[in-house]
Write a protein that binds this ligand. Structure first.
Ligand code: DAH
Length: 346
């Protein structure tokens, strides 16, 4: 029998291209390399061939056998690769790096409150929290803000039930400042005492870039037998230099608060322009950061401390305002929008 080896080689090349799985590859193998396959047929024909034909047919049969063997081996690897890819899609590939779970962190306001409180803790103060729902007595009356006093207007307040302004001390409210915390502390403890009271406060203000109906304050109170205004100045100066920077200047401006006498507002020289005047400080060179004063003796009366025995200093600051100044944040609303692109920066 005469074979057209060239045509067979071509046919084999074409045929292997159509093989796509191990089953059809096995058919292919049997067809060419099987016991009754084409190559076997060629070998068994050798004995009946003439002496001239024998070497040519033998040689070509060997070439074909090697070629088919090689093609089968290549195809086997190709199919195994495909199977590997497929199965790794369905199952876990432990050689891949893991997907890290993002870890959250504290809100910038919490960080700021913690930082302020821990500075005062280092100065010997104790951190104490009070309730957000307060009595009218603690929020106003005991702090020398009587019912008909115009300063109540400065603390517009959310009352928990309809408020009759002629019935004093009857109502519960959302505290409008952290100062009622002073009353609670003094009712429970005798001097000497030094506390800071951080927390949320509420006022029915229209929301804009510098107002929010809820914000945070930190109140400070120190009471003993011989506390002086110079102690207040010294304490707040140390705090501001540590919190902002050592170079800032301080200014105590006379002011009025019903619960302190005398009272002052504290300004620091602008951290941005160092007092020259810029857009952050409104060209004034100064930034107002808190209220303070010497505890009004009427407040000591309200908590039942003996007359004339104690003096005290008090101060209160807005946490949002301080964080806005420290980090150059232009709008209070950003704190509460929970945009992680903002929050991640702190
Ligand atoms: N309670 C005041 C406010 O909300 C802040 C304040 C001023 C607190 C003077 C004080 C103080 O303790 O002495 O505006």
């Amino acid at each position: 029998m005469a074979w057209d080896f060239e045509a067979i080689a071509k046919q084999i090349d074409e045929e292997i291209k159509t093989v796509s799985d191990s089953k059809s590859l096995e058919f292919f193998r049997i067809k060419y390399l099987g016991k009754k396959g084409l190559i076997a047929e060629m070998y068994s024909a050798l004995s009946s061939l003439s002496a001239e034909e024998k070497p040519t047919v033998g040689k070509n049969a060997n070439i074909l056998k090697n070629r088919v063997t090689q093609l089968i081996e290549d195809k086997n690897q190709e199919i195994a690769g495909l199977q590997r890819n497929q199965s790794s899609k369905d199952s876990l590939d432990i050689t891949m790096p893991g997907v890290a779970t993002p870890i959250g962190h504290q809100h910038v306001l919490t960080q700021t409150m913690d930082e302020i409180c821990s500075l005062f803790e280092k100065l010997g103060f104790v951190v104490q929290e009070g309730p957000e729902i307060e009595s009218e007595f603690n929020n106003f009356t005991a702090l020398n803000i009587p019912i008909d006093h115009p300063s109540r207007d400065a603390f517009d307040t959310f009352y928990l039930e309809e408020h009759d302004p002629h019935k004093n001390d009857r109502y519960l409210l959302l505290r409008s400042h952290t100062s009622p915390g002073q009353i609670r502390i003094m009712q429970e403890h005798k001097p000497p005492l030094a506390v800071v009271i951080p927390g949320k406060v509420y006022r029915p203000d229209a929301v804009d870039a510098s107002h929010s109906f809820m914000f945070h304050q930190i109140e400070g109170l120190l009471v003993d037998e011989d506390v002086k205004f110079s102690d207040l100045k010294g304490l707040l100066t140390v705090f501001c230099k540590k919190f902002f920077n050592e170079k800032i200047k301080m200014r105590f401006r006379p002011h009025f608060f019903p619960f302190t006498e005398p009272s002052a507002e504290v300004d620091i020289s602008c951290y941005k322009c160092a007092g020259k005047g810029c857009s952050v400080c409104g060209r004034k060179g100064w930034l107002e950061i808190m209220g303070c004063g010497m505890v009004n003796p009427k407040v000591f009366d309200a908590v039942g401390y003996p007359k004339g025995k104690y003096t005290g200093l008090a101060f209160g600051m807005g946490v949002e305002r301080i964080a806005m100044l420290k980090y150059g944040i232009p709008d209070i609303r950003i704190f509460f929008e929970n945009d992680v692109r903002f929050l991640r920066q702190f």
